[in-house]
Design a protein around this ligand. Structure first.
Ligand code: PEP
Ligand code: MN
Length: 339
């Protein structure tokens, strides 16, 4: 339930309501907007009596029951868009953020070369996996901590921020030391212990949609992270499984973008690389992602895609990446946004 407090109240009045809710087993998440203070009360038992009692308390404007199973992530709880700060960047605001880089960190030279390309193009976030979730246990699994160190070196040299995947609860602490954004991969979207672990760190989280997850399951996964203390969650549409993977690896569900924008206040990112699996489909779907209202894109690029150890067929070469950035700048302008 959401308790909407009147404007300009003393802290003491708000705290009395908070205490009353806590006594009834509720956990409180406050949302302090310019206009109003909202108290999101979750976890307690539903009670019409309590709802009426709260409505009579000093400072309470109204009490709203949230019908959706997710509460903190819902638009009802927070009407304004959440803007996530990564250093001096904002995600979810007017500026669309591009994240680009290789699928995997393969070597120091490979990463530094690609980081330079990312930076030269005015992009501000570098992607690259040091821990790779591979279908085959025989495939390259990532450079692990060495990969994280190369990412940190790339950040130092270029000023780019780093987004990288964490797959294991035992590694969250370590990855959080290096990453600016913690990525939860599609295969781990419902790894609840991992979600709760990343919630303990004060780092933005890029939560990818599960391979066959519904939108509601996905928002519920975000809710786990938020309920456990971290409200800096972005949702990343990366394509879902369907019956036909002949021409594209997944089906990039672009309708998810406006749906999520309506249901939640969280930033939404589109991944046209994993969404399609083919480099020639990346630009059209990236353009569409911007047109449909995404707050950011995450794109795999490589200086030598033919030699990439992972996802080469979906990596853009530097020139194609450059062209795409020019195109999406124009689309962003039409959408009233910047890049
Ligand atoms: C990735 O972005 O590196 C990745 C593995 O993507 P996904 O989890 O969406 O498959
Ligand atoms: Mn990949």
């Amino acid at each position: 339930m959401i308790i909407v407090m009147k404007n300009g109240l003393q802290e003491e009045t708000i705290q009395k309501v908070v205490e009353r809710l806590r006594e009834n087993g509720y956990q409180i998440h406050q949302s302090r907007g310019v206009e109003k203070v909202l108290l999101g009360a979750v976890g307690g038992e539903k009670s019409d009596y309590l709802k009426s009692a709260l409505e009579t308390m000093d400072g309470v404007e109204k009490v709203i029951s949230i019908l959706a199973p997710y509460k903190l992530a819902s638009r009802e709880f927070k009407q304004e868009n959440t803007i996530i700060k990564v250093g001096n960047l904002s995600l979810g605001g007017e500026q669309i953020q591009v994240m680009a880089g290789p699928c995997a960190v393969e070597s120091r030279e490979q990463l530094l070369e690609i980081a330079a390309i990312v930076q030269e193009n005015g992009v501000r976030i570098l992607r690259g996996g040091a821990y790779k979730p591979r279908t085959s246990p025989y495939a390259f699994q990532g450079l692990e901590e060495k990969g994280l160190q190369y990412l940190a070196e790339a950040r130092e040299k270029t000023g780019l921020y780093i987004v990288t995947e964490v797959m294991d609860t035992r590694k969250v602490e370590l990855v959080a030391e290096y990453a600016d954004i913690l990525q939860i991969g599609a295969r781990n979207m419902q790894n609840f212990p991992l979600l709760m672990e990343v919630a303990k760190h004060n780092k933005p989280v890029l939560l990818k949609r599960g391979l066959s997850s519904t939108i509601e399951e996905w928002i519920m996964a975000a809710e786990y992270i938020m309920l456990h203390g971290n409200h800096q969650v972005m949702l990343c549409e990366r394509g879902i499984r369907s019956f036909d993977s002949t021409y594209s690896r997944n089906v990039l569900d672009l309708s998810a973008v406006p749906i999520l924008k309506k249901l939640t206040h969280l930033p939404v990112i589109v991944d046209p690389s994993h969404g399609t699996g083919k480099w020639h489909l990346v630009a059209p779907l990236a353009r569409a992602g911007v047109a449909v209202g995404a707050d950011g894109l995450i794109i795999e690029i490589h200086n030598h895609p033919e030699k990439a150890v992972c996802d080469g067929p979906q990596c853009l070469k530097p020139q194609n990446f450059r062209n795409l950035l020019q195109e999406i700048k124009q689309i962003a302008t039409v959408m009233g946004r910047t890049i």
